[in-house]
Design a protein around this ligand. Sequence first.
Ligand code: IMP
Length: 421
Amino acid sequence: MSVTVLIGAQWGDEGKGKVSCYLSQGARITARYSGGHNAGHTVIISGKKFKLHLIPSGVFYPETLAVLGNGMVIDPEALFEEIRALQESGYPCENIRISPFAHLIFPFHREIDVLMEKARGKNAIGTTRKGIGPAYADKAERTGIRVCDLLDKDRFNEKLRLNLEIKKERFSGLNGVLDIQLYTNFSERYVEKLIPYISDTSKIIQDAIRLDLPIICEGAQGMMLDLDFGTYPFVTSSAVTAGAVAVGLGIPPREVKKVIGIAKAYATRVGAGNFPTEEKDGVGVFLREHGNEYGTTTGRPRRCGWSDGLILKYGKKINGYSGLIITKLDVLTGLEEIKFCEAYQYKGGIFKEFPYDPAVFQEAVPVYRSFKGWDKEISHIRQRKDLPRACQEYLEFIEDYTETPIDLISVGEDRDQVIQS
Ligand code: IMP
């Protein structure tokens, strides 16, 4: 089993950081294949909390390489801030490897992100304002500047000049950040620091595949934020699904042996876009406070609600989950009733599969199955058979409904608070 892919099965924030950190123990490589510092992966090791945005969790293990793949967009300022914080905590970061083909995020991308959101008005996406969309737009438009461009000052300056000229034409309100003088030292400032990390990452990965060494591909965001299959336009600007691993890291698709969908025992969403199972008061507030549902990257309160089975099934079809990991099960402790959406009702009809028509999703009314809650604390439990009966019934239902086994259950914040199932 050399290549395992971890996919967020909902709208992001499923606890991928913790799970990836747990599964990366003994891995040769942990790799990110898409997104940028819009992601926020929280990892707690022996009570100490780390927030990772760009760097995969393999960074904590000296024998593991932490790869930032070509499919990512990298803000050097954010990257070096993250490296600094890790080094201060005793992690030297010498195991980080960055693809020369990853694209760079500049301050003007962040400004354009803000400007675009303002222009969208009531249709704003609620982006993280990190410049992710504008950087991927440059990539698709072929004006993007890549990590490898930093290696040649003249090439870098010429590409930047062209990019800024185009931006000036389009964004007249942005003069401040479009002044080339601002970036005169950019390549000098970052290139020396970046050089030690730049590597032929797809070769490193392929070499590890040849030796059958374990590789964990750490998805960012979640299935429903995927640019193609998510709830467009309320999505991120990159591919999130398992297929993106091939493109974002240079892994031949047939080498992917295992795809794991990670889902909370309930659901959350940040930013705009419909969320049929959202609970605005009562249970929603309970979940937010008990689950500390505030964004790792932006601090925004997350919208909370019940688990949506249609999304889990849809994600299974697109990604081919071989197993599920259920996180934050302990957060449900204390609720009298737990609900799980097993169909949508729309204009008198019942949908048992995720609808392709956005109008249906927009007005879908969830059809719930109800489960008994439990009030016994479960964070200390390490065997599934020791969980309260009601809790086991809820998990068994999820397995039956999704026709997917649950491989691992997370019952607390710490990396090691897990139940191998
Ligand atoms: P962007 O990726 O910053 O362009 O934001 C697009 C949408 O994706 C917004 O609704 C964000 O809140 C959401 N989003 C982006 N990254 C994450 C994440 O890591 N977790 C949860 N939501 C995210």
